[in-house]
Design a protein around this ligand. Structure first.
Ligand code: MG
Length: 248
């Protein structure tokens, strides 16, 4: 079911989104060789609490942490552990928060120290695809066109577009309808309506689009072990145009 938000609902999501943006910024700043993933997750927990929000990732279907921290070939849903970051890693941080029942969700990928040019490029292109899709998220736009535009950006660089995980609607639930695919057929799919909120989240791989899930039941990795990047924002669709809710 598609839910339509009122301006006051968006105000609460914006408030949650500000806290999510703060988490992403703080974790990016703190990340360095030798820093453990669990330390980063603890910092996120503090920011959620200090921001007057509650966590949405923690205990979601049993997920044990406040953030998903995915390193290198890990695409999404990495569980923060004692693992420490190393020079040359890339880290994807996916974070969420809830304010008065309303959810926000965002992610980014960044390098730890010096990384290979192909890793920098993968990160930059994935972010670019996200912004292309956000700009297209206007009232009346079709999800097929948005998905197609995302995959077209990846195709130019020969990247694999993850299909096993997708963007989604968001509101009083973290995951609502519609599914927002990172691929699609032009001119097809539902049209966006005023008052919808969606998470746009391309996940691009240096190699194959195929994925598998590790024995921990959560961590999704590339099937060929190649690097993966992930960018996400929560976007309000309004007659005034798309508004990114997960900003400082
Ligand atoms: Mg999401």
């Amino acid at each position: 079911m598609i839910t339509i938000k009122k301006p006051e609902d968006f105000a609460r999501m914006r408030r949650a989104g500000r806290v999510v943006a703060r988490i992403l910024e703080a974790l990016r700043e703190k990340s360095a060789p030798g820093v453990s993933l669990i330390e980063l997750d603890r910092l996120a927990a503090t920011i959620i609490k200090d921001g007057g929000c509650t966590p949405n990732f923690l205990n979601y279907h049993g997920f044990p942490a406040h953030t998903c921290l995915s390193v290198n070939e890990e695409i999404v849903h990495g569980i923060p552990s004692e693992r420490t970051l190393k020079d040359g890693d890339i880290l994807s941080v996916d974070a969420g928060a809830v304010f008065e029942g309303w959810h926000a969700d965002a992610a980014l990928t960044f390098p730890i120290g010096e990384v290979a040019d192909e890793a920098e490029e993968l990160i930059a292109v994935t972010e670019r695809a996200m912004w292309v899709a956000i700009e297209m998220s206007t009232v009346g736009a079709r999800l097929g066109d948005i998905g197609h535009a995302i995959s077209a950006v990846a195709d130019l660089s020969g990247y694999g577009v993850v299909r096993s995980h997708t963007g989604h609607g968001i509101g009083l639930q973290m995951h609502e309808d519609p599914q927002v695919l990172n691929y699609g057929r032009p001119g097809k799919g539902m049209r966006l309506r005023d008052g919808m909120a969606i998470c746009i989240e391309p996940m691009f791989n240096l190699g194959t689009h195929e994925t598998r899930t590790l024995d921990d039941g959560w961590t999704v990795v590339t099937a060929d072990g190649a690097l993966s990047a992930h960018w996400e924002h929560t976007v309000a669709v309004t007659h005034d145009g798309p508004e990114v809710l997960t900003v400082p």
